[in-house]
Structure formats: structure tokens, C-alpha cells
Write a protein that binds this ligand. Structure first.
Ligand code: GLA
Length: 383
């Protein structure tokens, strides 16, 4: 990355920072409903070599995007400017500036092995790698503790919402900033509280298989925003500040108050999904992996039938994994493509991956890619 900076901009980088992609174990489409989620950081990371500039200019290049670097003055950054991938970088400078931090310009070269649009949160990895760099280069010290990191995660989310135009919740940025190796992050999006949950599947002879369906989704397209709007409208109709305020015991009554069957389905997903998260954590902590698997299956059914964010590729991946002996399987992330995860006996992992690959070939889908998920660490300075 240091050489890339020299090749690209003819200057030496001040340092190299990185942040991880994530997958979410359970608690999907709950973050923007003030709910609970349980992500782990993946070993796949986005890396940013950065050199601070004093002149308010931002020059951005990506090893994955051919062509000229994108150049913009910090003062000119606004929704839609710059467009494309550079919005996620420039947006973080903008959000920090808006939050009152004195940020200057920079030359930035990024490289990533978090696949784009695969539901592994490539955008949050990019934002958080850049956020980590700015924090260090401007002496903001936001990486020093979880309070600073949570704050930086919020600003990275703002970059994504306001400049890149993707109305996402905060789970991905929190995962990229707060996860720890060997742990899942229990995230309460109502008050920002977090708790680390040990993630040791080997002790149970299990592993978590990620199946990248290669069906690409984009959170800036309308479906994600539409689901979010459904939830906001339902909360308004139920006269609550967020769907988190509807408990499982209130659910039947709440559903009766909603005339629209679509709204009823959306609310049922969110309320039951939030309730599944603590149960999943308890199952994990007591070693009841069969129950953890059942909860994953229930989560998937809810996302497919009530939230309507699955797709044929995700269905095939989940069905194939379950048929071949997974304890549980579900789509993960925003949906409409991206990844499925499966909780599998280690000695079945290869057979399960092969079964899913064969099913994709029969369906004439692009070949999926399966890999084992290890819970890894958050944003950091590398060099
Ligand atoms: C995307 C968003 C997250 C979250 C998930 C669904 O990854 O970026 O904020 O809403 O979808 O759980």
C-alpha cells in the first residue's frame, strides 16, 4: 500500500489503516428499529494508505477501481459529490468536519478484500478505515477506547447516510469499530450499549460457513429504503418512537391495530427478530447449539416471508446447507443477494459447500463461494 501511494500520487503515506467487513449472526433489519444485532468482524479488511494534506483537497484512488483518482475540495463535499465509491471516503471527512473536528485534506489510496455488494459491509469497512486514519492523523484520539470508537462509528454512518445516500442503520460501522477477535458483538441500537459474546465454535466441533451467493445487492437502491420506511410508518401508526417499543407480548395487540397486511408482516419480523437475539446469545453461552441453529432458521423464515428481503440464490444456499446437515442457516445482511451463513459441523463443512455449489450449478446461477468465518478484530493502524 505504501508503494501504491507513491505510484499513484508521488508522495509517501503517513501510515496505513484498516477495518474489517462483517457478517451478522442474528438480529437483521433491527438496527434502524432501535433493536439488537450480533455481528462478528471478518478477517477480510479494507486497507487505506493516507497522507495528510494541509490544503483542504482530497485525492482518492482505489486499487479496485481503474481510472483516474477522484479529486474534490472538502468544502465541495455534499450529497452526490463526489459520487460512487469516493462518497464513502469523502463523506467521513465531511462528517468529522460537521461534528466540529478540524480536518484537513488528504491523499488516500484504498484496497480491499471485502467484496463489494456481497453483504459483508464493504462500505462500512471503507468508512471506518478512513475514519481511523483521520482520527490518528488529526490527533483526535478516537480509537483509544470504545467511547471514541462508538462516536467515530456514528460519524461513519452519517457519511453513508448523508453523503453516499444509503439510509442504513449503524450495525456495520459499530461492528467495524468495536468487534474483538474471538467474539461476537451484542449491540443494543437503542442506547448504543455493547457486550462481547465469546464466539468459540471449535469447542463444539462446529464452524460458521459464509456462503457468498454472488448475487449482488446495493443498499443505495430503493428496496432497503422502502423496508425502512415501512418500519417508520408502522411505528407512527402504533404511536411508538420505534418498533423496539413493541414487545413480543404486545405483538398480537399491535398487529390488530394495523390494517395493512404488509405493515403487519414487517412489524412481526422486527419484533420477533429482536426477541430472537437474546435467546440466541443464551443458547450460545449455554452451549445449546441446536437451539442456536433453530433460531437462525426462524430468523431466515421471518426475513423471507415477513420482511421479504430474500432472493432465489439465498433460498438455495440456505436450503442446501440445511439439507446437508447444517444446524441452522440464514441470510445475513440487508438481503436481496449477498451472503448466507450456516452453522455446520466442521466435518460436514466441505460437503455442505459442495452441495450448495452443485445446486447453484443446476439452477444456472453464478458459482457461489464458501469460506469459514473467524471472528476477528476492528479498525486499527497497521503501519
Ligand atoms: C445493511 C445495513 C445495516 C443493517 C443490515 C440489515 O447491512 O447497512 O445497517 O440494517 O443491512 O440488518
Amino acid at each position: 500500500m505504501l508503494t501504491r501511494m507513491t505510484e499513484q500520487f508521488g508522495v509517501t503515506a503517513d501510515g496505513v489503516w484498516s477495518a474489517p467487513g462483517r457478517i451478522n449472526l442474528i438480529g437483521e433489519h433491527t438496527d434502524y428499529n432501535d433493536g439488537l444485532a450480533l455481528p462478528i468482524a471478518l478477517p477480510r479488511r479494507t486497507v487505506a494508505a493516507v497522507r495528510r494534506r494541509p490544503d483542504g483537497l482530497l485525492r482518492m484512488a482505489s486499487t479496485g477501481v481503474p481510472g483516474e483518482p477522484v479529486t474534490v475540495l472538502l468544502d465541495e463535499v455534499r450529497p452526490g459529490t463526489p459520487g460512487g465509491w469516493a462518497a464513502y471516503v469523502a463523506g467521513v471527512f465531511w462528517a468529522l468536519d460537521r461534528a466540529g473536528y478540524a480536518v484537513s485534506g488528504a491523499d488516500v489510496v484504498v484496497s480491499s478484500d471485502v467484496p463489494l455488494g456481497a453483504g459483508m459491509s464493504s462500505s462500512a469497512a471503507l468508512e471506518c478505515a478512513v475514519g481511523a486514519a483521520i482520527s490518528d492523523l488529526e490527533g483526535l484520539d478516537l480509537l483509544a477506547d470504545d467511547t471514541g470508537r462508538a462516536h467515530l462509528a456514528q460519524l461513519c454512518r452519517r457519511a453513508e447516510n448523508d453523503i453516499a445516500g444509503a439510509p442504513t442503520g449503524g450495525m456495520d460501522q459499530s461492528a467495524a469499530m468495536l468487534c474483538r477477535p474471538g467474539h461476537a458483538l451484542l449491540l443494543d441500537c437503542r442506547d448504543g450499549a455493547t457486550r462481547l459474546v465469546p464466539f468459540d465454535l471449535a469447542a463444539h466441533g462446529l464452524e460458521l460457513l459464509v456462503i457468498d451467493t454472488k448475487a449482488r445487492h446495493a443498499l443505495v437502491d430503493g428496496q432497503y429504503a422502502a423496508r425502512r420506511a415501512d418500519c417508520t410508518a408502522a411505528a407512527r401508526a402504533l404511536e411508538v418512537t420505534s418498533l423496539r417499543e413493541v414487545s413480543e407480548t404486545d405483538l398480537a395487540g399491535a398487529l390488530e391495530r394495523l390494517a395493512d397486511p404488509v405493515a403487519r408482516r414487517r412489524v412481526r419480523h422486527v419484533v420477533t427478530e429482536i426477541a430472537r437475539v437474546p435467546r440466541f446469545v443464551a443458547a450460545f453461552e449455554t452451549g445449546d447449539m441446536a437451539e442456536a441453529g433453530r433460531l437462525m432458521v426462524a430468523s431466515h423464515a421471518s426475513l423471507r416471508d415477513d420482511f421479504e428481503v430474500s432472493c432465489p440464490e439465498l433460498e438455495l444456499a440456505v436450503e442446501g446447507a440445511l439439507r446437508e446437515g447444517a444446524l441452522g442457516a440464514r441470510m445475513t445482511g440487508g438481503g436481496f443477494g449477498g451472503c448466507a451463513i450456516a452453522l455446520v459441523p466442521s466435518d460436514r463443512a466441505a460437503a455442505i459447500a459442495d452441495t450448495v455449489t452443485a445446486a447453484f450449478a443446476r439452477a444456472d446461477f453464478v458459482a457461489p463461494q464458501a469460506f469459514r468465518a473467524l471472528a476477528s478484530g476492528s479498525a486499527r493502524r497497521d503501519t
